[in-house]
Design a protein around this ligand. Structure first.
Ligand SMILES: Nc1nc2c(ncn2[C@@H]2O[C@H](COP(=O)(O)OP(=O)(O)OP(=O)(O)O)[C@@H](O)[C@H]2O)c(=O)[nH]1
Ligand SMILES: [Mg+2]
Length: 494
């Protein structure tokens, strides 16, 4: 997500590598890359211009300190490139924020009115928010206020059924404002402490739609009016948000389909243009693909610096914290079996696309493209073909057992033996890490690999060699040329 912008910042910092001083020329060259990528990502022209001006001003105006103290008090060197990145991160965060992504209550009840154009993802967001609220202990009621599109009510009912959340449906002939009001009554009677109104979309903003939304708003006075926008709409999303915000007092925006487009510039610009902050991001069709929006997390991810807070939140979503702590303690003592590895793999898979997880790991953003879901699936298949005894005591797996496991999983015996070898390496590493990686089993080992995490599980490559970033490759080429020159000189001497 947002790969276009991310690439622009990466090019800019690449350009500043080796630069001694942040002078006007160096800054302008770096900013040219950023500018191109922002415009390519469909960020509004004026927003782009203002953003660049701010970064330029600060980069020029601030004295670059070449040494700063890090968190453990040691003095470390800061390069002009790093300084530039830090300014960009702060300005990006300021551009998209601040935001309080919590949902407001009225009369002790969370109520959300969802509105937006056709097909942007309102009904999906209704389901996602119901799930989100349910997870934090609420008892939501979904309200089917789209009576126009055929099958819209059934769509919401199917979503409600999958979550175990009731859906309020109006009687025949009842209009959306009445339906919403009746739903509010029902929520009061049935002690439902969260209401989500899913309204109809339109092809364009028209007076009928606005009138209907105004009436709903008047009847039920929702505590949160959230406009749903679709990142695929590019700059239009920002224009639509502007128009809606002129008619209705919006509390926030839900930006959907950020997974479907490399540009996603609307996510960066919409707050600056409308003054309305994004509160949630939609990053997939499934109901668990909703993120509370944290500008600093997104800014950091865009700049390739990861988002550990976001990653830990994803982790908490899918894992029982107490269980995870117990597991970590056990694993660090070396009591790590293939069964545990399987559990960890499944946890990782539940956390969402591997690529996104890499983007949230500091320093891993650049190699996110190499994340290979297929490798995890292969490892899973091999472990599944083992007997419970083999999983808990992998030492018992000899060549003939390995051949059987390979047949069962459609792999080669060599791959099974490779997996075992890496498993024992992981186990060693975990013992060495001791308590250092506690609380986040699996992740610590993966990031400790110093390169492509899947390589550790599946690739078999030495972790260091897997770190084939552009810079690494260039350094290797340079080294080779140097070696070649050296040996030519030697040859001449002889
Ligand atoms: N990739 C991706 N698809 C999404 C996301 N959110 C919604 N969709 C898809 O977008 C399509 C439309 O979603 P709906 O939730 O029906 O949109 P809507 O705004 O309710 O549509 P109308 O009620 O017809 O106006 C569906 O196919 C969804 O699965 C998202 O974050 N990512
Ligand atoms: Mg809908």
């Amino acid at each position: 997500m947002l790969e276009t912008v991310s690439q622009g910042f990466q090019n800019a910092t690449e350009r500043l590598r080796g630069v001694r001083e942040l002078g006007a020329t160096a800054i302008d060259e770096a900013l040219r890359d950023v500018r191109t990528s922002l415009l390519e990502a469909d960020v509004d022209f004026e927003v782009t211009r203002d953003f660049l001006a701010k970064v330029r001003e600060r980069a020029l105006g601030e004295k670059v300190r070449t040494r700063v103290r890090n968190s453990d008090g040691r003095s470390v060197r800061v390069t002009p490139g790093q300084h530039f990145v830090a300014i960009c991160e702060q300005e990006l965060t300021a551009l998209m924020g601040p935001v309080d992504s919590s949902l407001a209550r009225a009369d002790g009840r969370v109520s959300v009115l969802l509105l937006g154009l056709q097909g942007v993802g309102k009904t999906t967001v209704a389901g996602k928010l119901a799930r989100h609220l349910q997870k934090s202990g609420h008892r939501p009621l979904l309200v089917a206020a789209d009576i126009y599109r055929p099958a819209a009510v059934e769509q919401l009912q199917a979503i409600g059924a999958s979550l175990g959340v009731p859906v309020h449906v109006g009687a025949a002939g009842e209009l959306p404002p009445e339906i919403c009001l009746a739903a509010l009554q029902r929520a009061r009677n049935e002690q439902r402490d969260a209401l989500i109104y899913d309204t109809a979309g339109r092809l364009a903003i028209d007076e009928d739609l606005m009138e209907e939304l105004r009436q709903i708003d008047e009847r039920v006075a929702p505590a949160n009016r959230l406009l749903v926008c679709d990142a695929l709409m590019g700059r239009d999303a920002v224009n639509v948000a502007k128009r809606f915000s002129e008619h209705l007092d919006l509390d926030g925006i839900v930006m959907t389909k950020l997974d479907g487009d490399a540009r996603g510039g609307a996510a960066l610009a919409v707050k600056a243009v409308t003054g309305v902050p994004i509160k949630f991001l939609g990053t997939g069709e499934q109901l668990d693909r909703l993120e509370e929006f944290r500008p600093e997390g997104l800014a950091s991810r865009i700049l390739g610096m990861g988002d550990i807070v976001g990653l830990v939140r994803d982790f908490e979503e899918v894992v029982d914290e107490k269980q995870a702590e117990e597991d970590a303690e056990r694993l660090m003592k070396g009591k790590f079996t293939l069964e545990d590895l399987l559990t960890q793999l499944r946890t990782i898979q539940k956390m969402g696309p591997l690529r996104e997880m890499f983007e949230k790991l500091p320093g891993m953003g650049a190699i996110a493209d190499q994340a290979d879901e297929g490798e995890l699936v292969k490892v899973e298949a091999m472990i599944q073909s083992m007997t419970p005894k083999e999983r808990s005591d992998p030492n018992a797996i000899d060549k003939s057992r390995a051949a059987r496991i390979a047949r069962g999983s459609g792999r080669r015996a060599r791959e099974v033996l490779d997996l075992l070898k890496r498993f024992f390496q992981m186990k060693d590493m975990m013992i060495k890490l001791g308590s250092g990686g506690g609380g986040f089993p699996g992740m610590a080992q993966l990031s400790g690999a110093g390169g492509d995490p899947t390589a550790l599980l599946a690739g078999g490559a030495a972790p260091r060699a897997a770190l084939s970033t552009r810079r690494g490759a260039e350094a290797r080429r340079k080294n080779k040329r140097k070696q070649a020159r050296k040996s030519r000189r030697k040859g001449r001497k002889r």
